[in-house]
Structures are given as structure tokens and as C-alpha cells.
Design a protein around this ligand. Structure first.
Ligand SMILES: Cc1cc2nc3c(=O)[nH]c(=O)nc-3n(C[C@H](O)[C@H](O)[C@H](O)COP(=O)(O)OP(=O)(O)OC[C@H]3O[C@@H](n4cnc5c(N)ncnc54)[C@H](O)[C@@H]3O)c2cc1C
Length: 405
């Protein structure tokens, strides 16, 4: 059977690409090295703009709960921003269930799915791309979409991978809790907690309550070279974080870490995300918000763009790098500006975090904007001037108050 497109990786980006391609009548093979349903270390916070852009996700019964607010703490814990809303600020998913539901959607749309099969090799010639799987089988195809996550095999084999100067390393654990305990600690509004630069790390800690689970994690960003020493300590930082959460009554005292999982994530897009017969999307392309570590929105958005460009290329019988370059133009125009802005903001956020949280703790509007940005409700790029103006207003207000006292 002729395969138009092989999609490597069935996370949110791969299954969305496969779904979109199949809907356009193309013959798609989606492969994943893991047996599904599989879990993926993740906070499982699903930004609301995912649901705005991909409204069908509301109908697949994969959303566990919504959070209607939360708390953001400064590094010193002296300042706290509190948000309690009538409307949800973020949705929560369990990745095992969510990713599997997206694969089922792709299959329902007509994509073929093979799990437990990893892409081992990729050869590009003028007349085809050939994918080799771990069982030794070869698949000839017009195009390959690499959605195989950070450190993507497809990116490596296609010559698109470059060693990352910085990476994110995270540890996370999801604890199941009875509904009564969930309601007691997080209320039926499932308030979440975010601790900036917990124990001095250049990242943050989070507590994401779901229906019957609480997801606790730490995201840390490292420059190469410093990695080895810091990596050793992340488990200790996590245990210290659990103690802090217990002492401040954010989690029950009997929670103990038994299944801590670590995962790396990109913090910057690759320099080039396409070549002859190949397009990369999601984490494979390095699409992550470098401040929050949020990547599901970009995974879905890039996959949809990748699938549309692939369909156009096959229709035009032109899978050359020149034709596929429109993919990069489109994602840059779509969410690329936001990632670029966030990359520029990481240093400022790191340096001014204490002061930003302090000002937001005294200014409701700034607090709301901060949460809107942190939970990915809207594009930070679109909000940038509003946030800056409000920050300056809160800053002036605070300075005048200080002078008057
Ligand atoms: C600890 C942590 C917490 C996070 N929390 C959040 C959050 O709360 N909200 C948010 O929006 N984002 C979060 N992210 C980021 C988010 O998880 C990713 O951006 C998202 O999963 C990217 O989706 P993807 O489909 O590109 O890749 P993935 O979800 O990583 O899927 C890649 C798939 O490719 C498969 N694969 C790998 N190699 C091969 C191969 N050679 N052949 C075939 N298959 C292969 C893997 O098995 C996997 O199923 C978090 C990340 C981490 C690490």
C-alpha cells in the first residue's frame, strides 16, 4: 500500500498531524516506539487556547478538570499573587488518557497506527523517503513528519539536529488522592500553585490539582556544562519542595515520593525545521515556551501547519526543501513571535521575578495578566504591551506610595 506520509511519534503533535492529513484524504502511517496507551512525564496543564483553536478536544472525554484560579509565590515566599475566577484559567489532563484519545481521533479519521515501532533510520533520495523501523522493515513514502519529541531521531537523521546550548530538565510525580482530600486542599475550583525559582533553581515548582490526582513537579533550566552537578540535586530539591508544600498545607502530610520521573525538554526551536521531504513539529522542532515549559499548544499548532503544508506539497508533487520552507514561514508567523519574545524575557523574569510578584500581589489587574500569560490562556505576544503598561503603572503606584510613607 502506498504511504503518502509517515508520522514518527504519536504524542499530541504526531496524532494531530496524522488526523489532519487523513482528513485531507492522504494515506498516513503513524508510528510510535512506545506501546499505547503510554504515559509521558508532564504537568498535564492544558492551556485554554488549545480548546479555542482545537474545539473538538472538548468532546473526547480527556479533560480531567478545570482550575479556576491559583497562587503564584515569589522566590523568597514573601509575596503571593492570588487569582480566583468565575471562569476556568486552565484545563488539566492525564497524559496517558489524553494522548491515547488523540491517537484514537487520528485513527478514526483514517490514519493507520502502529505502536511499539520506533524509527531507526531515514534515507532521503530524489524520488522518495525511506523510513526503517526497529523490526527492520522499510517504508517508502513521499514525506516524513518528525513528531518524535526532544532529541528526535528524524531530526538527527535528516541533519536538522544541532546540540542544544541550553535545555530544560524536569522531575514530576502524579499522586492519586481521594475526592474529599482534593476538595479539602484545592477546593472544587481546583486552585493550582506555582512557586518561582524554588530553592534557587532557575525554574519553578508547580502543584496542579486534577480530578483525583495532584501533579507536582519542578522545571529547571540549565546551561550546558553546569548540567551534571545540578542534575544530581533535582531529586533533593523535589523532596525539599514536598516538605515545603506539606508545611504550608498545600499537600497532605502523608504524600511520599515513590515514582519520581525525570524528563528533558527543549528551550529553543531548532535553526531549521524542514528539509527535503521532512518537516519537524512539536518538541522535535524545539517548540516550547522557555519561561513556563508549556509545549502542548505549540505541538498541536505546529502539527496542524505541518500537515497542511505536507498536503499542499503532495498535491503540487513537490516535496523539495524549497516548497516546504513555507512551513517555517507559517509557524514563525503563527506562534514563532511569541517564543522569540519569551526567549528574550527569560533573563528578565529570572532577575525581576521577586519584584514582579511583589507588584502583582498589590495590583489585581497585573496579577490577572500574569496568570493569563503563565497558564497560556492567550498569546503573550499579543498581550505584551498591555502587560508592560500595567507593570509600569503598578511600579509607579508602588513608588509613589513608598515616597508618601
Ligand atoms: C515534566 C514536564 C512537564 C510538562 N508540563 C507541561 C504542561 O503542563 N503543559 C504543557 O503544555 N506542556 C508541558 N510540557 C511540555 C509537553 O509535555 C511537550 O511540549 C509535549 O508533550 C510535546 O508533544 P510532542 O507530541 O511534540 O512530543 P511528545 O509528547 O514527547 O511525544 C513524542 C512521541 O514520540 C515517540 N518517539 C520518540 N522517539 C521515537 C522514534 N524514534 N520512533 C517512533 N516514535 C518515537 C515517543 O514515544 C512519544 O510518544 C511538559 C514537559 C515536561 C518534560
Amino acid at each position: 500500500m502506498k504511504t503518502d506520509v509517515v508520522v514518527a511519534g504519536a504524542g499530541p503533535s504526531g496524532s494531530t498531524a496524522a488526523k489532519t492529513l487523513a482528513e485531507q484524504g492522504l494515506n498516513v502511517l503513524l508510528v510510535d516506539k512506545a506501546k499505547f496507551p503510554r504515559d509521558k512525564p508532564c504537568g498535564g496543564g492544558l492551556p485554554l487556547r488549545v480548546l479555542k483553536r482545537f474545539p473538538y478536544i472538548k468532546d473526547i472525554n480527556a479533560i480531567e478538570s478545570y482550575s479556576y484560579g491559583g497562587y503564584l509565590y515569589s522566590q523568597s515566599l514573601r509575596y503571593k499573587v492570588e487569582i480566583h475566577k468565575q471562569e476556568p484559567i486552565i484545563a488539566m489532563v492525564l497524559r496517558k488518557k489524553f494522548d491515547n484519545a488523540l491517537v484514537e481521533l487520528a485513527v478514526d479519521s483514517g490514519a493507520r497506527f502502529q505502536d511499539g515501532k520506533s524509527v531507526k533510520d531515514l534515507k532521503i533520495t530524489s524520488d522518495k523517503a525511506q523510513v526503517t523501523l526497529n523490526n527492520g522493515s522499510h517504508i517508502d513514502t513521499e514525506l516524513v513528519i518528525g513528531a518524535d519529541g526532544f532529541l528526535s531521531t528524524v531530526a538527527r537523521k535528516a541533519g536538522l539536529f544541532i546540540p542544544h546550548k541550553s535545555i530544560g530538565i524536569s522531575v514530576v510525580e502524579e499522586f492519586s488522592l481521594k475526592k474529599d482530600a482534593m476538595d479539602q486542599y484545592y477546593t472544587d475550583k481546583r486552585f493550582c500553585h506555582i512557586h518561582s525559582k524554588i530553592h534557587g533553581i532557575p525554574g519553578y515548582g508547580w502543584v496542579f490539582p486534577k480530578q483525583n490526582h495532584v501533579n507536582i513537579g519542578i522545571a529547571n533550566y540549565w546551561l550546558r556544562g553546569k548540567m551534571t552537578n545540578d542534575k544530581k540535586n533535582l531529586k533533593e530539591v523535589f523532596n525539599a519542595y514536598l516538605s515545603l508544600l506539606k508545611n504550608t498545607d498545600i499537600i497532605p502530610k502523608n504524600i511520599e515520593s515513590t515514582q519520581l520521573r525525570g524528563e528533558t525538554l527543549p528551550v529553543k526551536p531548532l535553526e531549521k525545521t524542514y528539509t527535503d521531504r521532512v518537516i519537524l513539529c512539536g518538541d522535535a522542532a524545539g517548540f516550547i515556551n522557555p519561561v513556563s515549559g508549556e509545549g502542548i499548544y505549540y505541538a498541536l499548532a505546529s502539527a496542524e501547519i505541518a500537515a497542511r503544508v505536507s498536503a499542499e506539497a503532495i498535491q503540487a508533487n513537490d516535496t523539495s526543501e524549497q516548497f516546504l520552507s513555507r512551513y517555517e514561514k507559517r509557524w514563525k508567523n503563527d506562534f514563532g513571535k511569541e517564543i522569540k519574545l519569551m526567549l528574550r524575557s527569560t533573563k528578565q523574569w529570572g532577575k525581576r521575578n521577586e519584584n514582579i510578584v511583589k507588584l502583582a500581589s498589590k495590583d489585581n489587574k497585573l496579577a490577572e495578566m500574569l496568570f493569563t500569560a503563565m497558564t497560556g490562556q492567550e498569546s503573550v505576544y499579543e498581550l505584551r504591551w498591555k502587560i508592560l503598561k500595567r507593570y509600569l503603572y503598578a511600579f509607579m503606584k508602588n513608588s509613589i506610595k513608598k515616597t508618601n510613607n
